[in-house]
Design a protein around this ligand. Structure first.
Ligand code: GLN
Length: 543
């Protein structure tokens, strides 16, 4: 029977609840327990798929095709457990289900209400499919006191009484701000946050307290006293040099011991943290550095590229180097001179996923620069599509080569995907259809061409990677492009969708239609990111 840990937040957002949940999952896993992490998001969108990355950061994609909160990425990276659609729920999805049921008449004349119908739906979500799990860690999005979060807090409060005694533990993450004029860390916001939580019936068992400096024993005692927790249950969470240090740091602060104690577990298996120490050593004590440019659109908001940044870090781990990312706003390039000025010092260039036309021109210039000057290039999704357009314009001489996504006349080498195979099923889409949840989403297989660079990198001939796109490269251009040295070295099993392109005569030029960054883990860096960073290292020795 699973035990449940509910993680809530207070005082401020962006305190790193997702990383906290993920790190706790990693610590429990390091004792041999089976864990599952879930995120409950109080916003009204059915999923984050249609939200701008500026609003909510990256949209994470699961194997089973869910567009999910980016915290699921942290969960996967810290525990290695692949997340699923059933690990992320929003108010929007819950209401959608409830209203559908109400329209069908499933409520048999009842008045449909937040309590019990919405709270029951939340509880069903939390409790479903966890029979073989030791610990389910549920993170509630937002902060205590948010109006839209109330049904979620109410649902977990009810679970505290409905689960067998001792099977639910509440962890509350807060912040102690340092006030320079007083020279002190202040506990009042934490006291108020816990007061708010208690007023809706939840007494936290453990307080995880973020601070930018060690918390004096006197302040801990004060927090314990005013928040009605044991002094040992006030756990300090200090800033770390890398997020991969968080599990080690939490363990030093006895967070995992405190969680186990709250469940009354005194005979937990011993902890094995060597692999975490190894990752931290590699990140903090690298042997050399390379510079990689990411030419993108949302460069001012790093959350928009969360998994990508982590996958690049993992590529550095694989090669024992630090990767310095140079963020380049694609809109600053409109010709090769601009590209030269911005890119002359970098050892590799990455063009990530994106939507819409903005920045396309600069990305195409960056890709041309990489191709012509033999700088390692990695194009992801949109980045691959732009690489095809670049090749068509500059190698095939098709000046009006473009993507139908841009809504302009021209030769469309990239077009709207209207039908594709998902296993034995056929998916169909039409122009002007709904935008939410209608892309080609989730894991799809691809076959790799024998003796290609990617087949060598992956070390296999069939792969499965996660997708999130609406447009596709037109496979009928394969021959003309390959005459110019640009080869589709990975295709969907039916041969209709180009999944990978490469230039065999270039030191490292690979474009992929999928998002390999989503499957990279610190212990198991994605082979493409490992190989790309290796190519950057090689380049750094040449220039
Ligand atoms: N906008 C492109 C498409 O929908 C690329 C998407 C992406 O980069 N994730 O096909």
């Amino acid at each position: 029977m699973a035990r449940f840990i509910f993680i809530t937040g207070g005082v401020a957002s962006s305190l790193g609840k997702g990383v906290a949940a993920a790190a706790l999952g990693a610590l429990l896993q390091a004792r041999g327990y089976k864990v599952r992490l879930r995120k409950l998001d109080p916003y009204l969108n059915v999923d984050p798929g249609t939200m701008s990355p500026y609003q909510h950061g990256e949209v994470f994609v699961t194997d089973d095709g869910a567009e999910a909160d980016l915290d699921l990425g942290h969960y996967e990276r810290f525990t290695g457990v692949s997340a699923a659609q059933s690990d992320n729920i929003t108010t929007g999805r819950i209401y959608q289900q409830i209203i559908e049921r109400e329209r069908r008449g499933d409520y048999l004349g009842a008045t449909v209400q937040v309590i019990p119908h919405v709270t029951d739906a939340i509880k069903d979500f939390v409790l479903s499919g966890v029979d073989d799990i030791d610990f389910v860690i549920c993170e509630i999005g937002g902060t205590v006191g948010d109006i839209e979060g109330l049904p979620f807090f109410e649902a977990i409060r009810q679970l505290g009484n409905e689960l067998p005694r001792g099977d639910a533990v509440f962890v509350h993450l807060t912040l102690l701000p340092f006030i320079p004029s007083a020279g002190e860390l202040k506990t009042k916001p934490t006291q108020h946050s816990v007061k708010e939580l208690r007023s809706i019936g939840i007494q936290p068992d453990i307080l995880l307290v973020r601070a930018d400096r060690p918390i004096p024993a006197s302040e801990r005692r004060k927090i314990a006293l005013f928040c009605n927790v044991r002094p040992s249950a006030v756990v300090q969470a200090l800033d770390c040099a890398t997020i991969y240090q968080v599990p080690l740091s939490y363990h030093d602060e006895r967070f995992d011991d405190e969680v186990l104690a709250a469940f009354g577990i005194s005979d937990a298996p011993p902890l094995e943290l060597a692999q975490w120490q190894n990752v931290v050593d590699r990140v903090t004590k690298p042997d050399g550095e390379v510079k990689i440019a990411i030419v993108g659109k949302y460069t001012s908001l790093k959350d928009a590229y969360k998994s990508l940044i982590e996958a690049v870090v993992h590529g550095g781990i694989a090669n024992n180097v630090r990767v310095r990312i140079e963020w380049i706003d694609a809109e600053t390039f409109s010709n090769q001179e601009d590209a030269l000025a911005g890119l002359k010092d970098v050892h590799a260039i990455l063009v990530p996923g994106a939507f819409g036309e903005r920045g396309a021109r600069g990305k195409i210039e960056a890709i041309r620069f990489a191709r012509e000057r033999e700088v390692p290039f990695f194009g992801i999704c949109y980045g691959m599509q732009m690489a095809v357009i670049e090749a068509a314009r500059n190698l095939l001489g098709i000046d009006d080569a473009t993507s139908s996504e841009f809504g302009e006349e021209g030769t469309h080498l990239v077009g709207l995907m209207t039908e594709w195979a998902r296993g034995n099923d056929q998916e169909n889409r039409q122009e002007g259809g709904d935008l939410g949840g209608t892309m080609r989403l989730g894991a799809y297989p691809a076959r790799l061409r024998d003796a290609s660079k990617v087949a060598e990198i992956y070390g296999k001939s069939e792969i499965e990677e996660r997708h999130r796109h609406r447009y596709e490269v037109d496979v009928s251009w394969a021959e003309r492009l390959s005459e110019q040295g640009v080869v589709f070295s990975g295709l969907s099993p039916d041969g209709r969708l180009p999944e990978i392109l490469e230039i065999p005569d270039h030191p490292w030029f690979v474009g992929v239609q999928y998002h390999p960054e989503l499957k990279s883990r610190p212990f198991d860096p994605h082979p493409l990111f490992a190989a790309f960073v290796e190519a950057a290292v090689t380049r750094s020795r040449l220039v």
